[in-house]
Design a protein around this ligand. Sequence first.
Ligand code: SAM
Length: 283
Amino acid sequence: MSGCLVIVSTPIGNLSDFSKRAARTLEDSDIIACEDTRMTRKLLALSERTSTAKLVPYHDHNGATMRPQLLADIGAGKIVALVSDAGTPLISDPGYKLVAACHDNGFKVATVPGPSAPLAALTVSGLPSDKFVFAGFLPPTTRACEAAIRDIRDLSMTIIWFETPRRLLKSLTLMSDILGPRLAVVARELTKMHEEVIRAPLPDLVAQIQRRKSLRGEIVILVEGRHHGDSIFDEIDIKIMLQGELRRHSLRDAVKTIVERTGLQKSTIYRLALEVNKATTPE
Ligand code: SAM
């Protein structure tokens, strides 16, 4: 019998979402490569039959050592299942190098699809779902986060990010500054007891999150894409941004920052900056 790798999705919070096929696949595998073997053992305890599969850890820190072993097992005819702690493996979780290596070695890769936070969030967001981009976790530093938001500014499709509760407000504030009043959604604790979907234009969303004392749990942020033909920023928005910048920086630097933030032409921003300067300079 030929071996293969099977990618198995597991629940993102509600254990009833563990599919019969996922349970059967794990029961019938020879080896289960898990992000955390303790988490997978809990899941296996839900199965009707006892699994005889050997559980081995597979994560970012041991992937390079584990891959050759797992490939040798598959080559020897074993069925290897890959699971992450929750959701679909490879989606901001380990696995893609193992899948690529299986293809390179001519081994079959099969899937048992199921829950995944980005798609679950998209389906409840009420944002356009015909085209979307999943952009992974937002980077932790302000500068890198700004750059990541600027990178997607011109895309006319829904953008999906993972974020932590601790950084949520800062990231939404940066999005509001850079993307303007686009419609956005915070999808929290999906499929769990405290599931919540907060949907509002970015500045309102920032205000709502600010009012909350603490926001815990697992979070997905979604933002609508750019409407082509529409200007996201009107002149009043830009003048307000320029006023803030001109209080702290030279006219040249303020113009540079706002050009980067809005993606609009330098000549337009320069004209508006001169108007702001004139209005705020005493005669
Ligand atoms: N592979 C997983 C999947 O397919 O859903 C995602 C793994 S990633 C390491 C974990 C992140 O997914 C969390 O930090 C959070 O942003 C998001 N997430 C996971 N479960 C969630 C849930 N129940 N509700 C909202 N977001 C969730």
